[in-house]
Ligand binder design. Structure first.
Ligand code: UDX
Length: 447
């Protein structure tokens, strides 16, 4: 009989995973403790903007006309425990307030609530990004709490999806990593991932700590790559070089590659910043903090970018204060194709300038509602053109395609002054300059 799957926690990770598993042909039951999320998902809509996800939910959520009916949502732990052969734990692990370490309380609570209902054989699969050693601890907790005893097992299966590509990354992952303690667990996971495995996706079988580490190591590497090129931007700027050209030339070396070498205002979001901090905190606990002290530098290079952008903006406004200066900010989300504003460099810069007296007007194609909730005192405009109207300076801070397709000549007609700073090195400098703008970017000459 086909396996029945449950997904506990229906945020970015869980909602996408649940829909993708239904797409792969499984019957799936999702659980969340937030009733509004359950209500929304049950109508086939995602609680966040993620390209293709609403369509996938509508295709599978039970009760929607023409759907396969394979996907349902509930808030009952008894129901998921009874339903599932495999339970995917997709809880968030945010940074602890006032500390670098990761807050495991959502994961721990979910295990505590699920385990006492596990009266039949099941595989519990952790997908959250957790400090190494968590799986070991949670396996012991499961063994102590689950009535089915040894028939309930734990596996760790980190998720590498990128926001904005979550559906594609889940349906066609570039690798599947599983930390297991038995052949039975490995076999079950091979069955779950039969579709991507048939496409040739590499399947890496490891122990718990290695599986946990793959995820944090991958994010640490990506963050390091971005901070490396941003450090090169600092040097290029001081030496009169061009970091975009430098990155292009570096990328031709296949060992380095072109990806994640875009200099700008740096990384943000709900993953990279908190994951590298949690990794440092965990290394400290393990007595190997020196191994990861370089991540402190990666973090500070990254945070410096935001301050540097504010200084470039100040220079462009004549070097004085921001008082009374009108600034258009294009972008609020931490990256394009997402409405996520968590630790967004764009909003951080907008907020700093606002706090220094600047009149900031923000536009983002999808992130407006979330931005307003986080920074209600910033100004917001309904379109990019409206944000730019009357502005003394335009800051391009999230590289949406929509912004690259803007016509600088048209914007120039409504702008107060034609000054633009590209915080993402993504606009066509020649086009903007041709339309009469002074174009400035990070780590590049002024031309
Ligand atoms: C990341 C990891 O990529 C993903 O594998 C993991 O599962 C979760 O964390 P995500 O947070 O969606 O995914 O964003 P990512 O695409 O990695 O970008 C992170 C940040 O880096 C964004 O703010 C982006 O704008 C910035 N970035 C990315 C750069 O500044 N320069 C680059 O060259 C690439």
């Amino acid at each position: 009989m086909a396996l029945k799957l449950t997904v506990i926690g229906t945020g970015y990770l869980g909602a996408t995973h649940a829909a993708a598993m239904a797409e792969m042909g499984f019957e799936v039951l999702g659980l969340d403790i937030v009733q509004e999320k359950i209500d929304l998902l049950s109508t086939g809509r995602a609680p966040m903007y993620e390209p293709g996800l609403d369509e996938l939910l509508a295709k599978h959520v039970a009760g929607i006309e023409g759907s396969t009916g394979r996907l349902r949502f509930t808030s009952s732990w008894e129901e998921v425990a009874e339903f599932g052969d495999v339970h995917f734990m997709c809880l968030n692990t945010p940074q602890k307030h006032g500390e670098y370490a990761c807050d495991m309380s959502y994961v721990d609570r979910a295990f505590d609530l699920l385990a006492p209902h596990l009266t039949r054989p099941a595989l519990v699969v952790g997908k959250s990004t957790v400090p190494v050693g968590s799986a070991d601890r949670l396996a012991a907790r499961l063994a102590g709490l689950a009535p089915a005893g040894e028939a309930v097992e734990l596996a760790w299966n980190p998720e590498f999806l990128r926001e904005g590509f979550a559906v594609q990354d889940t349906l066609h992952p570039d690798r599947i990593v599983v930390g297991v303690r038995s052949e039975r667990a490995e076999k079950l996971l091979r069955e779950v991932y039969a579709v991507p495995l048939a496409e040739g996706t590499p399947f890496v079988v490891a122990d718990y700590p290695t599986a946990e580490l793959v995820k944090t190591a991958a994010n640490a590497f990506l963050a390091t790559k971005i901070s490396f090129i941003n450090a090169m931007a600092e040097v290029s700027e001081a030496a009169g070089g061009d970091v975009a050209k430098l990155a292009e030339a570096l990328g031709h070396d296949e060992r380095i590659g072109h990806k994640f070498l875009r200099a700008g205002i740096g990384f943000g979001g709900g993953c990279l910043p908190k994951d590298i901090r949690a990794f440092m905190a965990r290394a400290g606990e393990l007595g190997v903090d020196q191994a990861l002290t370089f991540l402190r530098e990666v973090d500070s290079i990254n945070m410096r970018r935001r301050g540097h952008m504010v200084e470039l903006a100040r220079e462009a406004c004549g070097g004085g204060g921001f008082l009374g200066v009108r600034i258009a900010v294009l972008g609020a989300a931490f990256k394009p194709d997402s409405d996520d504003v968590r630790d967004s460099p764009a909003l951080n810069v907008a907020g700093q300038i606002h706090l220094q007296g600047g009149q900031v007007t923000v536009f983002d194609p999808k992130g407006m509602d979330n931005a307003r909730k986080l920074f209600p005192t910033l100004g917001y405009a309904p379109t990019a053109l409206d944000a730019v109207r009357g502005a003394d300076l335009v800051l391009h801070l999230t590289e949406w395609r929509e912004f690259r397709e803007l016509d600088p000549a048209e914007l120039g007609e409504v702008a107060g002054k034609k000054h633009v700073i590209d915080g993402r090195n993504a606009l066509d400098a020649a086009l903007w300059r041709k339309a009469g703008w002074t174009y400035r970017a990070m780590g590049r000459p002024n031309a």
